[in-house]
Write a protein that binds this ligand. Structure first.
Ligand SMILES: *Cc1c(COP(=O)(O)O)cnc(C)c1O
Length: 443
């Protein structure tokens, strides 16, 4: 039996309708930006394998560090024990983050990092804290749990924060969540800010003011919702209003983190900083699953209490897995050493040039909404409805792979998000293939 046939017998793939499914491509090797299939064909991984890969596949430096750590300590329970990789990673990460964060809480992936953030924010209020009173507890007695009216979450329409129930609740009510709508908790949804709606959005925030515990947002780019971008200055006006109502701000930088948007974190484009930040995807350079939720001291202090009921009762078997933390440390080293952010700048410039070139197709109305933020470039193919289930995605992927490039549109939204090790020739090839496909589809 071939690998594909064996796969068909035993595997259920994510985000994939199993009926009449395309046989998955067996990948036997990765090197730099390239994926090698079992027939020896190569594909430039132009979407960083679902937005995770930073320095390239099978990076020898990360692999070596991983091997050494595996011989030393592969895993240990993280309640009552600690280890060098977890502490060193927190020490190195905290000064890089876009605010004065005090503590790092580890989990397993992007969805768990947002679950942790939401639970932290809700329990912060339950524990009887107010965001602006620092050390002082509003509730003086420890006899019974403090109560707070702040139980709602504010989130953006079109958001994506993961696939577990809390993460789904704060995500857009879309085809992804349709089967579970009656199980999802109450959320106040607002649109991302535009010049036209900003006053209405601020009015909504003020209207719900003391009912809202936290605001969760993907800063400047909504990823899985269709690589939708919005304006930093308008977002700052919204965040100012949110902060004025003492609402906890949670930046979900699971996708935008580690340089994707041209800065190390997208929150750096904003004046108003988050109280909690969620990271995963690029955290380990794309090598291993790891999630981080970082919080400010004001959040943390709400949990430091003689009352054991105020403990943060959350953890995973593999919390702070030493191997995952080690790959994250190695990735951070590579981010700093190889002038990685300069490469990011170069990709940004190339993206802008390519976007300018694409505008001729925009004028001919074969594509629309060409947009760039840092290493991310996206546009819609003007073909059918703007939605995830648009069949053009499969056609685009097939056409691109036939030419040695891997892209995976979100419905009719075509985008690229390459690893930072991409060469000038490879990047040009990606652009050429994308443009060829646009031309082909137009005819
Ligand atoms: C991918 C993503 C998540 C979920 O991360 P997983 O590791 O897939 O669970 C959460 N938030 C954002 C913004 C993401 O892009």
């Amino acid at each position: 039996m071939t690998l594909q046939e064996r796969d068909y017998q035993v595997i259920w793939h994510p985000f994939t309708q199993q009926k009449n499914r395309q046989a998955p491509v067996p990948i036997v090797k990765g090197k730099g930006t390239l994926l090698f299939d079992e027939n020896g064909s190569t594909y430039i991984d132009a979407i960083s394998s679902w937005w995770v890969t930073l320095h390239g596949h099978a990076h020898p430096y990360i692999a070596e560090k991983l091997y050494q750590q595996a011989l030393q300590l592969e895993q240990v329970i993280f309640a009552g024990f600690t280890h060098e990789p977890a502490v060193a990673l927190a020490e190195q990460l905290l000064p890089l983050l876009p605010n004065q964060f005090a503590k790092i809480f580890y989990s397993d992936n992007g969805s768990t990092s947002t679950e942790v953030a939401l639970k932290m924010a809700l329990q912060f209020w339950w524990n009887g804290r107010s965001i602006d009173d620092g050390q002082q507890s509003i509730v003086k007695t420890n006899q019974q749990p403090a109560t707070s009216n702040r139980t709602k979450i504010l989130a953006f329409n079109n958001a994506y924060h993961g696939d577990t129930f809390g993460a789904m609740s704060v995500s857009d009510r879309s085809v992804f969540t349709l089967a579970f709508h009656d199980k999802l908790f109450e959320v106040v949804f607002i649109d991302t800010p535009t010049a036209d709606n900003i006053d209405t959005l601020i009015a909504t925030v003020n209207q719900h003011n003391t009912a809202i515990a936290a605001f969760i947002y993907e800063p400047l780019v909504q990823g899985a919702g269709g690589i939708k971008m919005y304006d930093a200055a308008l977002m700052d006006r919204l965040l100012a209003a949110v902060k004025q109502q003492c609402i906890i701000c949670i930046a979900d930088e699971v996708m935008t983190g580690f340089g994707r948007t041209g800065k190390l974190f997208a929150s750096e484009y904003l004046t108003h900083k988050p109280d909690i930040i969620c990271l995963s995807k690029g955290l380990t350079g794309g090598t291993m699953a790891l999630g981080v939720t970082a919080c400010t001291d004001a959040i943390y202090q709400a949990f430091v209490n003689d009352d054991k009921l105020k403990t943060f009762f959350h953890g995973h078997s593999f919390t702070a897995n030493p191997l995952a933390c080690t790959t994250a440390l190695a990735s951070l080293e590579l981010l700093a050493q190889n002038n990685c952010l300069q490469t990011v700048e170069w990709i940004t410039e190339q993206n802008q040039l390519f976007a300018a070139k694409l505008t001729t197709h925009d004028v001919q109305r074969t594509i629309k909404n060409i947009r760039v933020l840092g290493t991310i470039l996206a546009f819609e193919i003007a073909n059918g409805k703007d939605e995830y289930l648009n069949n053009i995605a499969t056609i685009v992927t097939q056409k691109a792979m036939a030419q040695g490039v891997y892209i995976r549109p979100l419905g009719n939204t075509v985008y690229i998000m390459p690893p930072y090790c991409i060469s000038a020739d490879e990047l040009q090839k990606v652009y050429d293939v994308v443009e060829n496909i646009v031309v082909e589809i137009a005819h």
